[in-house]
Design a protein around this ligand. Structure first.
Ligand SMILES: [Zn+2]
Ligand SMILES: [Zn+2]
Length: 353
């Protein structure tokens, strides 16, 4: 292929995977995005509260030339290296069936949780977690109502082992012209279950977890956290409102406060497990914003931690990558008991710390 066909900035488009029936985002223009290159060991050293060359710290200059404001709470900005964006090229290479491509349209944003470079979600005060949840709600509304946006995926990648290039506590939002595969599968399963039984699938999951009880991490009036019966990762945890709400934005204030509390407790207990910053991938699973009927979709937050033990990664290999099904070496009941046994006060804040 000629350079002109690929475009100056490298290939940037969505390509359809006809066998998996899902879109692949090809964002080869992002090869030069910043990477601070820390190792696991370095990342565990306590960082200072402000770093002059951190592109997320308040007042600092970013690669785009934009300067961060002197923000004091949650700060959201458009990603300087978006995988989907309004400026994604329209002119695509012509392909023939069964291949398909289309522009990588959407918006990618970064959500800074706090101006403090040295904290993590687990170390935020309750009102700061409340502000973060409020930001997720506002972003879902703002992005989801746009005609070209069919899904809003908010997530956090935490820790060098999941490829995070900056320890400053932050998450991301990919607002896309397609619905991410896992959401599509969950939405279809939920809709089918409602049609067949008249009940909400996720309500049945919560009821089953409550009936068994062994895998519940914590709960309050309006929210619950549990390590599901069907967990694929050792310390996989779901956090959800007890009432069926299709997105974070659909929570009322009491439900949001309940969720803040449970979410905060889960990340604190996870850090306390090995007295270390606990890495994870944390997506918010919210209903698509394509105008479909998602009454059966029950918003939840999922934690996918890659570690089985302090320095032991769960490698995705033959069964997972090769076959698409997980092989779990641990019993969810035992791992839930470990998390439940932890204090809900962060180890760094405990008196003998
Ligand atoms: Zn920073
Ligand atoms: Zn989910």
């Amino acid at each position: 292929m000629s350079d002109s066909k690929q475009g100056r900035g490298g290939t940037w488009e969505e390509r359809w995977h006809p066998l998996r029936e899902e879109w692949v985002i090809v964002a080869a223009h992002r090869q030069n995005r910043p990477w601070s290159g820390e190792t696991v060991e370095q990342a565990e050293a306590q960082p200072p509260p402000y770093v002059s060359d951190c592109y997320l710290c308040p007042g600092n200059l970013r690669v785009s030339g934009a300067r961060n404001p002197s923000y004091t709470g949650v700060f959201v900005f458009d990603n300087d290296h978006p995988c989907v964006g309004p400026h994604a090229p329209d002119a695509l290479t012509t392909v023939t069936a069964p291949y398909r491509n289309r522009p990588a349209r959407g918006l990618a944003r970064v959500v800074c949780y706090t101006p403090r470079h040295d904290l993590s979600l687990a170390e935020l005060a309750p009102h700061e977690v409340e502000n973060l949840v409020a930001a997720w709600q506002a972003q879902y509304v703002d992005l989801g109502r746009r005609r070209e946006i069919n899904h809003v995926l908010a997530f956090e990648n935490k820790g060098a082992v999941v490829g995070v290039s900056n320890p400053h506590p932050h998450g991301q939002i990919y607002a896309t012209n397609f619905i991410f595969k896992t959401i599509e599968v969950e939405a279809a399963a939920s809709r089918r279950y409602l049609n067949e039984t008249g009940r909400v699938l996720f309500q049945e999951i919560i009821a089953a977890e409550q009936q068994d009880g062994r895998r519940i991490i914590c709960e309050n009036e309006t929210a619950i956290a549990f390590l599901p019966y069907f967990a694929r990762y050792a310390y996989e945890v779901f956090v959800a409102p007890k009432a069926t709400r299709s997105s974070s934005a659909a929570l009322n204030d009491a439900e949001a406060r309940g969720l803040d509390t449970v979410l905060r407790e889960v990340v604190i207990r996870s850090d306390n497990l090995w007295c270390m910053s606990f890495p994870y991938v944390m997506p918010l699973h919210q209903a698509p914003t394509d105008g479909g009927d998602y009454r059966s979709f029950h918003f939840h937050i999922e934690f996918h931690p890659p570690l089985r033990k302090p320095h032991l990664l769960k490698y995705l290999a033959g069964p997972e990558i090769g076959g698409g099904n997980f092989l779990s070496d641990t019993a969810p009941e035992e791992k839930a008991a470990e998390l439940r046994a932890q204090s809900n006060v962060h180890y760094k804040l405990q008196p003998d710390a």
